[in-house]
Design a protein around this ligand. Structure first.
Ligand code: DGY
Length: 322
């Protein structure tokens, strides 16, 4: 049994594969989709880290694969319906990255509220001058309202931090009620419109899908509070970047923190990077030693199960077993 891995992953995952008697090959460079199809021919499985677009054509060309194991919780790069049709189980890594990703959302919220990245650049640019009582003031978060769009595991962790650190009120909009958040954090379910209208900080934690694509657009930003902060650590495709820039320029909203952009990587000349109330990070949500190790273990376990013909511990497309 052998597996092709698209990027170097932590040793913990590689050790598990080796102990299970699976030989692995790690790509020596980032491969284009056609190159990857070619490389995968002699392999039984794919462990995909990074942005491999596994659309229907790709999966059809690789229909011999016994499993596609994703080194991510997000599975928007895979045509799940096509994988199911072709009988390919797809695994992901939910849960283990929730805290680290929520930490990143919290970091961005705080950084935006104090214009941290902008002020850091002022130092680099030699613009740290004398004390100015009214220059570059931030805003405090105590007792403000956090709105969570998509209150799953990551959203829950973000809400918990905001409640503990700043005694923030929590409102959320979701496909279904999150009883644990309602019970533990006093979170209140609201409509999407109320979420936009009432949030001082609106943090996005939903999956990217046709349903959520571009949801945070001009119309949505116009319904938000003028003093509000927009945070996205989910997927860049959930917001419309042109509309976001316009909302910030017009002071329709106050600031934005992004760990995800569309496209990625963001163009270094992107005007958002120069705005005082904007903080952007290069998709580092899960990037801690602890979390990446845990993701490697989970991705390896999915791969091993798939190669042995067993049910994947964290399966994205359970219908494949129907
Ligand atoms: C995830 O796991 O989905 C992260 O965003 C990394 O891609």
């Amino acid at each position: 049994m052998n597996i092709f891995i698209t990027k170097q992953i932590p040793q913990a995952g590689l050790d598990l594969l080796r102990e299970a008697g699976i030989s692995y090959t790690i790509a020596e460079k980032t491969l284009l989709q056609d190159e990857l199809i070619d490389r995968l021919k002699p392999f039984d499985a794919l462990l995909s880290a990074g942005f491999v677009k596994a659309d229907a054509a790709f999966l059809q060309a690789c229909s011999h694969l016994k499993v596609v194991s994703l080194f991510s919780v997000g599975f928007d790069n895979v045509d799940i319906a096509a994988a199911t049709r072709l009988g390919i189980p797809v695994g992901n890594t939910p849960g283990v990255l929730s805290r680290a990703t929520a930490d990143t959302a919290f970091l961005l919220m705080l950084a935006v509220s104090r214009k941290a990245f902008y002020n850091y650049h002022k130092i680099l640019d030699g613009k740290w001058q004398e004390f100015e009582p009214v220059a570059d003031l931030g805003m405090e978060l105590y007792g403000k309202t956090l709105g969570v769009f998509g209150l799953g595991k990551i959203g829950y962790e973000m809400a918990k931090k905001c409640r503990a650190a700043f005694d923030m009120d929590i409102i959320y909009h979701n496909r279904s009620h999150n009883e644990m958040a309602e019970r533990d954090l006093g979170a209140r379910y609201v409509t999407f419109e109320a979420l936009l209208a009432q949030s001082d900080v609106l943090s996005v934690h939903a999956n990217f899908s046709l349903e959520t694509k571009g949801l945070f657009n001009k119309e949505a930003f116009e319904q938000m509070k003028p003093g509000s902060i927009f945070i996205n650590t989910a997927r860049g495709g959930l917001h419309n970047e042109t509309d976001l820039k316009e909302a910030l320029d017009n002071q329709t909203i106050w600031g934005a923190g992004l760990d995800v952009t569309n496209p990625e990587p963001m163009d270094p000349q992107n005007p958002l990077l120069k705005m005082p109330n904007v903080c952007v990070l290069p998709h580092i949500g899960s990037a801690t030693v602890e979390t990446r190790n845990a993701m490697a273990v989970m991705a390896a376990k999915n791969a091993i199960a798939g190669l042995k013909g067993e049910r994947l511990p964290t399966i994205v497309n359970p219908d494949v077993y129907a």
